[in-house]
Write a protein that binds this ligand. Structure first.
Ligand code: NDP
Length: 283
């Protein structure tokens, strides 16, 4: 019988820990503040930004929402980021992606002060992750490590296969699993015999962006399966990259969609913002 890894419960646990530490910081006159910049009016992005604001309220943070119109120029956005970089009352800065096409995302990410890069996308954060120095970890992969640890999944010495090599999920995920002493294989669209490679995994982490692509033919009996994918189907229901009903019966543990990896991302964002605040205040 498989066990569900409950991301809703674990993310709540993390937010409660952050809330508790924030209350303790208040005694020292310190209150974290997250600035979220949204350019344009993409409905999904608006929902994500709203959720981040709600999480800030829950944890006891201040939050600043900067809403800029779709036609904002790259220079205007960079100027806004510079202002927030220089504002000592702002501890974390996040630019909601994707940005309108006329703005260079890489340039924008690089303009954020690495000390306030709570999304962990800045090249300095990525470099620190790779060489094992303290920095900010990308929220979704860091959330997956928390899910595994808090579900008593042993990582050290295990065969881990990560499907996907994006900069925001697959690559940082692989490095984090390596840091936890797993033996890591990274798969992508050019991988040969994907099924065979995946079947080696004790821990299979799936971030392909293809609804229900992973069926039981890809999974070893008793494996732990983490589904990062999130898709809205025609019937409005959400599903992941893993065909849950097919795969779950042969797993030992599996994340559902929704309620698995998804809720962890914002919880880890809050954790990063608290961490940044503590570092900036040297407490
Ligand atoms: P990307 O599209 O950036 O990357 C997908 C990766 O999957 C690529 O590396 C690609 O390979 C690989 N891939 C695609 N097709 C295949 C295939 N047939 N066989 C093997 N590999 C394949 O996606 P993201 O990493 O940004 O996101 C992945 C999923 O996770 C999406 O569903 C996204 O919505 C979700 N997501 C969820 C988050 C959450 O909070 N829960 C956060 C971020 C993402 P190649 O490099 O060769 O093209």
């Amino acid at each position: 019988m498989y066990e569900i890894i409950d991301g809703k419960r674990i993310s709540q646990e993390i937010k409660d820990e952050v809330k508790q530490e924030t209350a303790e910081l208040a005694g020292k006159g310190i209150k974290p503040c997250l600035a979220v910049i949204l350019v344009g009016n993409d409905p999904a992005s608006q929902v994500y930004v709203g959720n981040k604001k709600k999480a800030c309220e829950y944890c006891g943070f201040d939050s600043i929402s900067v809403e800029m119109p779709e036609e904002t120029s790259e220079a205007e956005l960079l100027e806004k980021i510079k202002e927030l970089n220089e504002d000592d009352s702002v501890n974390g800065i996040l630019v909601q992606l994707p940005l309108p096409k006329h703005i260079n995302e890489d340039l924008v990410i690089e303009s954020i002060n690495p000390a306030k890069d709570v999304d962990g996308f800045h090249p300095v954060s990525v470099g620190n992750l790779l060489i094992g120095r303290p920095g900010f970890l990308s929220c979704t992969p860091a959330g997956i490590i928390e899910l595994l640890k808090r579900s008593d999944v042993e990582i050290a010495g295990k065969e881990c296969v990560v499907i996907g090599r994006s900069n925001i999920v697959g690559k940082p995920m692989s490095v984090l699993m390596l840091r936890e002493n797993a033996t890591v294989t990274i798969c992508h669209s050019r991988t040969k015999d994907l099924k065979e490679v995946c079947k080696r995994a004790d821990i299979l982490i799936v971030a392909i962006g293809k609804p229900k692509m992973i069926t039981k033919e890809y999974v070893k009996d008793g494996a732990v399966v983490i589904d990062v994918g999130i898709h809205r189907m025609e019937d409005k229901k959400l599903c992941g990259d893993v065909d849950f009903d097919d795969v779950a019966p042969i797993c030992s543990k599996i994340t559902p969609v929704p309620g698995g990896v998804g809720p962890m991302t914002i919880a880890m964002l809050m954790k990063n913002c608290l961490l940044g605040t503590k570092r900036q205040n040297e407490v």
